[in-house]
Write a protein that binds this ligand. Structure first.
Ligand SMILES: Nc1nc2c(c(=O)[nH]1)N[C@H]1C(S)=C(S)[C@@H](COP(=O)(O)O)O[C@H]1N2
Ligand SMILES: [Mo]
Length: 316
């Protein structure tokens, strides 16, 4: 049992990109289709359904990734989403999850608790595109354009109470489409959390789109959260509830393996995972190894959040 539940995390390097996609991509390039994004999209080689284009939203140039975008195909086919299984190839299974109607509950210590219909929420929020890097604790990383809205806008709508100190993000539990929920040794539902200050930070983003299309289920559609300066396991997918509390909640990964995964999970190349180094990361697509940066390179935005927390285990 122990081996089983650890398996996904013990394969950080071995679960390579499926070879047939690499081959197919070469064939596509050979046909000259990769020159035009539109042409490439029209000739998608995989039978994984992709959504229609979203309306165009301006890219916010304040957040520069300093890296090329990862290939869309890799980002949408190499995923961690344990509700659908512990392999990286859960995309097809995830796409069986219906994303409409979809309700997001925002509750707990807020002046205005709300139940948002997904499409109403999107209409009320200022939507923009941001290119963010995402660094998995397993040492693979991606760079992608996400369409969505800043968490701070949602905070303004629901008005957290003065005593609210933590924000919990809960993923949908839909047993008939999520085979992973039958793995009862996991503490479902997936909940991860942050402090109210982290939630209000300008980087905390709620994507509803990816590469200019509705956010695919395998990447957390229809709505997820992104903390680009934290290890990826903090960025919960397919959210149905956001709860404000005074106490720090018990969250998913620290419950499973508290010695390896903590509450804060800020990226730090100098603090190794107990079973591997975090000094470098492997880029999805090219497979290139590059140095990992403190706070995943977002220190200018977030380092100030942690100056008075010296006693906390900030890096795991
Ligand atoms: N509900 C849920 N959210 C999740 C996960 C998960 O298993 N379940 N995996 C996390 C991990 S470990 C990572 S690295 C990222 C991966 O996001 P991506 O598949 O969009 O790249 O999602 C995070 N969010
Ligand atoms: Mo991860």
């Amino acid at each position: 049992m122990l081996i089983r539940r650890r398996r996904g995390w013990e394969l950080p390097e071995s679960a390579a990109t499926p070879e047939h996609w690499v081959l197919n991509r070469r064939a596509l390039m050979g046909a000259g289709a990769a020159l035009l994004p539109g042409a490439a999209l029209a000739q998608r080689v995989s039978d994984l359904p992709a959504g229609p284009p979203l309306p165009t939203h301006a890219r916010n140039e304040r957040y520069l990734a300093g890296r090329e975008l990862s290939p869309e195909r890799e980002v949408t086919s190499y995923n961690n989403f344990y509700e659908f299984g512990t392999s990286k190839s859960i995309a097809r299974a995830a796409q069986r999850m219906p994303t409409r109607p979809w309700t997001l509950k925002v509750e707990g210590m807020v002046a205005r608790p709300r139940e948002f219909d997904m499409d109403d929420l999107i209409r009320q929020m200022p939507i923009e595109e941001r290119v963010y890097r995402l660094r998995c604790v397993e040492a693979w990383a991606l760079t992608a354009p996400w369409t969505g809205f800043e968490m701070s806008h949602l905070l303004r709508l629901v008005e957290p109470q003065a005593g609210a100190r933590y924000v919990t993000f809960e993923t949908a539990s839909i047993p008939n489409v999520m085979p992973g929920l039958r793995q009862s040794w996991y503490p479902w539902p997936h909940v991860e959390a942050c402090t109210i200050e982290e939630a209000a930070n300008e980087l905390t983003f709620l994507p509803v789109g990816l590469f200019g299309r509705p956010l695919p289920q395998q990447n957390g559609g229809p709505l997820r959260v992104l903390f680009p300066w934290k290890y990826g396991f903090k960025s919960g997918k397919s959210l149905t509830r956001i709860t404000f509390t005074a106490e720090r909640p018990r969250t998913f990964w620290p419950t499973i393996q508290g010695s390896e995964y903590g509450f804060w999970a800020n990226v730090n190349p100098e603090v190794p995972h107990p079973r591997w180094s975090q000094a470098t990361e492997r880029l999805l697509g090219s497979g290139e190894r590059v140095p990992t940066q403190l706070f995943n390179g977002y220190g200018e935005f977030v380092a100030g959040l942690y100056t008075n927390l010296g006693r906390e285990r900030l890096w795991a």
